[in-house]
Design a protein around this ligand. Structure first.
Ligand SMILES: Cc1cc2nc3c(=O)[nH]c(=O)nc-3n(C[C@H](O)[C@H](O)[C@H](O)COP(=O)(O)OP(=O)(O)OC[C@H]3O[C@@H](n4cnc5c(N)ncnc54)[C@H](O)[C@@H]3O)c2cc1C
Length: 312
C-alpha cells in the first residue's frame, strides 16, 4: 500500500509544511503520494512534484475543494482510500479539522500531533500541553496522522519530477460554502516555519508598542513575529500570531521571548526552539528556566538598543 499526504495550499502556492509532512511520511516505509486540491492547484502541484521521495502528485480541482472546507476534503480522502493505508496532514487548522472527519468516515482512530515515527505502528506525540511525550502503538488497518511539521526536516527539492495524476471527485450534495475569506498579507516569514521568531507578551502594554518595537527588530533579523496569548487577548497582536498550547507550535533556530513570563501553555508552543533568548525585567520569571540566554531588564530600553545594534 502507500501513504497519502494532504497538501497545504496557500494562495495557490504549496504550503511550507508539505515538504516536512512528506519527510515524515517517508518514515512509514511505503511510497508517498501528495494530494493537492483547490480550484487553482496547478502551481502547488508542480512544486510538489519536485519534492524528493514523492511518487506521484494527485490533483483534484473542484470548487468545493477550494477554501479549506473540511467536509468535501474528508469525503475526497475517503473516495481515495482504496489505494492508501496511511493518510497524513500537517497539524494545522485544516489538518485538525479534516483528519478527524476522515477517521470517523473510515471508522479508525486518529493519532494527533505526531513528532516521531518510530515504525509503521509506533509513534510519539506530546500530551498534557507538551509536559509529557506519549508513545502510541496502533494496530489499526489504516493510519490517520496529523503531523507536527516543525518536528521533521523538510524533504529536499530535487531534479526528478513526479507525475501529476488528475483524480475525480464526487461532490457532496450539501457541502458547506465559504462566503468570504480574508487572507492576512505579510512579507514576513511564515510563523510556523520561520528560522527566527521574535515574540512579544503582555508587557508591551499596547498595540502601538508591540508593532513599533517588534516590527523593526523582526525586520533586522528576518524573523516572524509571534505573541503570547495575553498579548493576543489584550488586542496587541492578531490571533494568528499566538504561540502556545492553543496557538501555533514553532521550532525555529532562534526564539526571542520578550516580556513573556513563560507560562507552561506558552512554553508548550516554543520549547522545541534550538536557542531561546528571553528578555524580562523579572529575574525570577519562569522563562529564564528554559532560556539559553537571558537579559534582565526593561524591554522598552533593551529592544530599541538591540534593533539599533543590529542596524550597524
Ligand atoms: C487552557 C489554556 C490555554 C492557554 N494557551 C496559551 C497559549 O497558547 N499561548 C500562551 O502564550 N498562553 C496561553 N495561555 C495563557 C498562559 O497561561 C499565560 O497567561 C500567558 O502565556 C501569559 O502571557 P504573558 O507571558 O505575555 O503575560 P504575563 O504572564 O503577564 O507576563 C508578562 C511578563 O512580562 C514581564 N514584564 C513586564 N513588564 C516588562 C518590561 N517593561 N520589560 C520586560 N519584561 C516585562 C513580566 O515580568 C512578566 O514576566 C493559556 C491558558 C490556558 C488556561
Amino acid at each position: 500500500m502507500a501513504s497519502l499526504v494532504l497538501a497545504e495550499v496557500q494562495s495557490g502556492d504549496l504550503g511550507p509544511s508539505v515538504a516536512r509532512v512528506v519527510s515524515a511520511a517517508a518514515h512509514l516505509g511505503a511510497p508517498v503520494d501528495v494530494l493537492v486540491t483547490g480550484s487553482q492547484a496547478a502551481k502547488a502541484a508542480a512544486a510538489a512534484t519536485l519534492l524528493t521521495g514523492v511518487r506521484k502528485v494527485l490533483v483534484a480541482e473542484h470548487p468545493q475543494l477550494s477554501g479549506s472546507v473540511s467536509e468535501p476534503l474528508a469525503a475526497l480522502l475517503q473516495q481515495l482510500s482504496g489505494d492508501y493505508d496511511a493518510f497524513l496532514a500537517p497539524a494545522n487548522a485544516v489538518g485538525k479539522s479534516v483528519m478527524p472527519r476522515l477517521a470517523a468516515l473510515l471508522d479508525v482512530s486518529q493519532i494527533s500531533e505526531v513528532t516521531t515515527i518510530i515504525d509503521r505502528n509506533t509513534f510519539e506525540h506530546p500530551v498534557y500541553a507538551g509536559a509529557a511525550i506519549e508513545t502510541v502503538s496502533v494496530s489499526e488497518p489504516r493510519l490517520i496522522l496529523t503531523i507536527r511539521a516543525s518536528a521533521f526536516a523538510p524533504a529536499e527539492v530535487g531534479n526528478a519530477s513526479a507525475p501529476i495524476v488528475p483524480v475525480a471527485f464526487t461532490p457532496l450534495a450539501d457541502a458547506p460554502r465559504v462566503l468570504a475569506e480574508t487572507v492576512t498579507a505579510s512579507d514576513r516569514p511564515d510563523l510556523g516555519t520561520a528560522r527566527v521568531v521574535v515574540s512579544g507578551g503582555r508587557a508591551f502594554a499596547s498595540r502601538d508598542a508591540f508593532d513599533s518595537l517588534l516590527a523593526p527588530l523582526a525586520e533586522r533579523l528576518g524573523a516572524a513575529i509571534g505573541a503570547s496569548r495575553a498579548a493576543v487577548d489584550s488586542g496587541y497582536a492578531p490571533n494568528d500570531l499566538q504561540v502556545g498550547q492553543t496557538g501555533k507550535v514553532v521550532a525555529p533556530d532562534i526564539y526571542l521571548a520578550i516580556g513573556i513570563s513563560g507560562a507552561v501553555q506558552h512554553v508548550a508552543g516554543m520549547k522545541g526552539a534550538r536557542i531561546i533568548i528571553a528578555i524580562n525585567k523579572d529575574a525570577s520569571a519562569p522563562i529564564f528556566e528554559i532560556a539559553d540566554y537571558g537579559l534582565v531588564g526593561d524591554l522598552f530600553d533593551i529592544v530599541p538598543q538591540l534593533t539599533e545594534a543590529l542596524t550597524r
